[in-house]
Design a protein around this ligand. Structure first.
Ligand code: C2O
Ligand code: CU
Ligand code: CU
Length: 555
């Protein structure tokens, strides 16, 4: 058996060298060419599951009339259990992987798209060269062999492209899929399974009169993040779910480019949260609503027992402030304020008179579905009497509590400073640079790190971009982390009050929503694998605009 660490390291050194050369001698776009690995399966790796995953163009009957052109992942099992890959019929979404902790997995990723692409396994703890870093993007016609052992605990992870400058449009075109991991701890709980375990991928899209996807590229739209004007669930419009009157498990992923949801049942039924990004919580938590930012997952338990056959429940996104998309008239058009309570409400601030006027701006701001407004997501119909289903276990899983004292840098937290520069959102004052690791971005392998995420004003705070705070869902590759603390500046308290009860921070996370004025401290282990691991905003337009950096994990 090969030692994954050695392989990772060898490959890393090899390509780091090539990349460095490319950045000094060649224009930026050339690095993908120069650093490209010659990828082949490694002879020592014996996969339990071998999957072929192809990225291709497709034409789907999503609406009546003309078919919709999409880009999608298609998968099939070459070796291993046949149910390891499940396609969603008629959806642009990729297949659902059903894998187990401890399995060795090979994924042969074939690029049949007309442009370069790379695939990332969001939330998975894998070697750096298996993580879908943009430097491993492959050209049309090429294949990349991903090989890794599943070290993660049971949860709902996902995969999507991570192509330099192209992540947002590629995901928008349809490229995303779920990567579900199960393990013994989860299995022993007897949670709703099979048809009672339902994945819900929440996305927003805009279609033109010809049923074709429209991706707005107005610079301001990119700066704020793309908003579609209709909700797609599992790749389908007007999604409705027929259920039996019994408990269900709903695994929700926010796969939208920038839209943030505030999930609540319309009739006031509390949300019962059993898991977050990195798996089950210690015990279920009840909330009036749950915030779900792009990249995040939340595992919900819903018990329809005792509900009348024929009755309905509606899952909505409730209104909240500080979504960042509000327009405010006066001066030179777009005075975007970080959202004082009264202005952030979405509907009024944005749809009101004054400022930009409608036209193109209407579409740009989400049209019928402004960010932070109140709208339905899906309808659940109680269709049948129950056939059983266990009660909710009061204890779910063991979660070791990470301690600040155990961090290698307990006294000197590493910063992730969030800022909106002039037309480019930044991290630690920088845009993405392929081969420039800041000293604060070098992390010794096998250490626990305290990381401080906060907003920073750029350029002395003049001009709208300097003033603006936006919500940023911050995602770190590699291992899952824990949230240590959150705080908010007094002037953002009003906005904050509209979202704060919807955070579920007691479990493992890989993406954390940082609202305007908010500061979040996290503890993250960097074990096992040296190499470059990205951290970035999961507002995909922000990511493509350069709100991304690399940590270099060093031995
Ligand atoms: Cu879900 Cu770096 O991405
Ligand atoms: Cu990721
Ligand atoms: Cu952002």
């Amino acid at each position: 058996m090969t030692n994954p660490k050695n392989t990772a390291r060898r490959r890393f050194l090899q390509y780091a060298g090539a990349g460095m050369l490319a950045s000094t001698l060649a224009p930026k776009w050339l690095w993908a060419e120069s650093a490209r690995p010659v990828s082949r399966p490694s002879p020592g790796f014996r996969p339990d599951v071998d999957i072929e995953l192809t990225a291709r163009t497709a034409s789907l009957p999503i609406f009546r009339g003309k078919s919709t052109e999409v880009w999608k992942y298609e998968g099939r099992v070459l070796k291993g259990p046949k149910d390891a890959v499940q396609s969603i019929e008629g959806s642009y979404l990729g297949p659902i992987f059903q894998l187990k902790k401890g399995q060795k997995v090979r994924i042969q990723f074939k690029n049949a798209l007309p442009e370069r692409c790379v695939t990332h396994w969001h939330g998975m703890h894998v070697p750096a060269d298996m993580d879908g870093h943009p430097m491993y993007a492959i050209e049309p016609g090429q294949t990349y062999f991903y090989e890794f052992e599943i070290l993660n605990r049971a949860s709902t992870y996902w995969f999507h492209p991570h192509t330099h400058d192209l992540t947002a449009p590629q995901v928008y075109a349809g490229m995303a899929g779920l990567f579900i991991v199960s393990d013994e701890e989860e299995h022993s709980l007897g949670l709703p399974a099979g048809e009672y375990d339902i994945p819900l991928v929440l996305q927003d899209r805009t279609f033109d009169g010809d049923n074709q996807l429209r991706y707005v590229t107005h610079p301001m739209q990119r700066m704020m993040g793309f908003l579609g004007d209709r909700i797609m669930i599992n790749g389908r419009p007007d999604f409705a779910l027929d259920v039996e009157a019994r408990p269900y498990r709903l695994r929700c992923l926010n796969g939208s480019n920038s839209r943030i949801y505030k999930l609540a049942w319309q009739d006031g039924t509390p949300q019962v949260v059993i898991g977050t990004d990195g798996g089950l919580l210690e015990k279920p938590e009840r909330r009036a609503y749950v915030m779900l930012a792009p990249g995040e997952r939340v595992d919900l338990w819903v018990d329809f027992s005792g509900r009348k056959v024929g009755s309905e429940m509606v899952l909505r996104s409730l209104s909240f402030s500080g979504a960042g998309h509000m327009m405010h008239g006066g001066g030179h058009g777009m005075g975007m304020r970080g959202g004082r309570g009264g202005m952030g409400g979405g509907r009024h601030g944005m749809m009101g008179r004054g400022g930009m006027g409608m036209g193109g701006m209407g579409a740009m701001m989400g049209g019928a579905l402004p960010a932070g407004s109140n709208y339905p997501l899906l309808k659940v119909r109680i269709a049948k009497e129950a056939r059983g289903g266990r009660t909710l276990p009061q204890r779910l899983a063991g979660i070791p509590r990470l301690k600040v004292e155990s961090a290698a840098n307990a006294q000197t937290p590493r910063p992730i400073a969030l800022a909106m520069g002039h037309m480019s959102p930044r991290l630690n004052g920088r845009s993405y640079e392929m081969n420039n690791i800041l000293p604060i971005e070098k992390i010794p392998v096998n250490t626990l790190q305290l990381i401080d995420i906060f907003h920073q004003s750029m350029g002395g705070g003049h001009g709208m971009m300097g003033m603006m705070h936006m919500p940023h869902p911050i995602h770190l590759h590699g291992q899952q982390f824990q949230v240590v603390s959150r705080s908010v500046s007094p002037e953002h308290q009003n906005v904050y009050d509209t979202v704060k009860d919807g955070y579920v921070d007691s479990g493992w996370k890989d993406t954390v929503l940082v609202m305007p004025g908010e500061r979040v401290r996290i503890l993250k282990p960097f074990d096992d694998f040296p190499g470059r691991f990205m951290y970035h905003c999961h507002n995909l337009e922000h990511e493509d605009l350069g709100m991304m950096r690399d940590f270099l994990v060093v031995e």
